[in-house]
Design a protein around this ligand. Structure first.
Ligand code: CA
Length: 409
């Protein structure tokens, strides 16, 4: 499949990708855009001008896309998402649409990208066995590395949706309480163990009714797409506060996501079986056809690549996480977001946090400028990128997520 745009066939944001975001031009009005190559298609006006076309037309898409977030589009559900993608693909591959579409293409350099969705509820899971095992060894050295429930249910906690920020947003170093086991009393101040967590975030649409559940085999009808997610974490605050109710202020100060949401349909070629859940077997509501994704991440700290996590090694599938999230009757809202949990593999250079990469600061990393890091310093920038295999041998890039640490206030 080729496009009439002047775009190399191997461009990672080619016609097989087509992620959605929210952008504005100088005039300031935010609306939904679709990335093709290094351009952004202002899809709403094109859909508005094409309203009578085909079965049902696309006027409902025009309405949804001319709003300042993806939420209205998310509310339309899987059939509309599929129809929209087919329509966009035709626009960008059939030369007949060129004259209509071209005036609505804007260079990326001319637009401002915004948070792509109004995040409804935010949940973060803990789906990498290597990450959970490493954290267990570091935080609870006297206990078994994995908690007893870990292979029976995808562990998660509710995070703070209001502090999810778009890629490029600065992160102010959080302050809080900390108390090392050897300290006689807690102290207060800027975090001295500020960290990252490389994750995928799943964007949810198709709201459900309170009291209902989403079965595993319908979960993907509610999984619109993925973002790259950095779950900034203050390890000193976290270690002192997290027993017994889990993470709180150590993680709620900021969570960064990519500006681009990659539709799940763009990852069809990247679907892979899970590494295996036969021992112990999972309960029936978590059992069935649930795939993982072959997504390759790269984490750079001030330009030095410090890790290459592999998403394919994750123990729990996103469909299982969503089925678990709703099994008690909790409803879904358009714009819900859940994180996969830190993506860490067995190799040291595939760990998705500094906590693991430096083993709680005891084995510092050396960056290309010769400096060393246990945890993040003020001024440090962290950038995560990722790609997945696409059709016809192409690569599907995910949008990058980047952020820079600013001093505590
Ligand atoms: Ca996390």
């Amino acid at each position: 499949m080729s496009t009439w745009l002047d775009l190399p066939a191997d461009h990672p944001f080619g016609v097989h990708n087509l992620p959605y975001g929210v952008f504005s031009l100088d005039t300031g009005r935010r609306r939904v855009g679709v990335r093709i190559g290094d351009l952004v298609l202002d899809a709403g006006p094109v859909a508005a001008g094409d309203g009578d076309r085909g079965a049902g037309g696309v006027s409902h898409l025009a309405t949804a896309w001319q709003t300042p977030s993806l939420n209205a589009f998310l509310s339309l559900g899987r059939p509309a998402w599929t129809a929209a993608r087919a329509w966009l693909t035709e626009l960008l591959t059939d030369e007949r649409h060129r004259a209509t579409v071209e005036p609505h293409l804007h260079p990326l350099g001319d637009v401002t990208l915004h948070l792509p969705l109004a995040v409804a509820d935010y949940v973060d899971f803990y789906a990498s066995e290597d990450h959970a095992s490493n954290v267990g060894q570091i935080f609870r050295p006297d206990n078994a590395a994995l908690p007893p429930n870990w292979k029976h249910l995808p562990i998660g906690y509710h995070g703070r949706s209001g502090t999810v920020v778009v890629s490029g947003t600065d992160v102010v170093r959080p302050s809080g309480q900390r108390k090392a086991p050897t300290d006689p009393t807690p102290s207060f101040g800027p975090s001295i163990r500020l960290d990252i967590e490389a994750e995928l975030g799943y964007v949810v649409g198709g709201a459900t009714e309170l009291g209902s559940r989403v079965p595993l085999d319908e979960a993907e009808d509610h999984l619109f797409g993925v973002v790259l997610l950095n779950d900034w974490s203050a390890r000193d605050i976290q270690a002192w506060e997290y027993v017994p109710l889990g993470p709180f202020l150590g993680k709620s100060f900021a969570t960064s996501i990519s500006a681009w949401v990659t539709p799940l349909e763009a990852l069809r070629e990247a679907r892979v079986p899970l590494p295996g859940q036969s021992d112990p077997p999972v309960l029936p509501y978590l059992a069935g056809d649930a795939a993982g994704f072959d997504i390759h991440l790269e984490v750079a700290l001030n330009g030095t690549v410090v890790s290459r996590p592999e998403y394919a090694g994750m123990y729990w599938a996103p469909a299982q996480m969503l089925a678990h999230l709703t099994v008690n009757g909790a409803s879904l809202r358009d714009g819900d977001l859940f994180g996969s949990g830190t993506i860490s593999g067995p190799a040291k250079d595939s760990r998705g946090s500094l906590l693991e990469l430096t083993w709680n600061g005891t084995e510092p990393l050396t960056l290309e400028d010769g400096s060393t890091r246990g945890f993040l310093e003020d001024g440090d920038s962290v950038t995560m990128t990722a790609w997945a295999p696409g059709p016809e041998g192409c690569r599907i890039a995910l949008g990058e997520v980047t952020g820079t640490i600013r001093p505590a206030r």
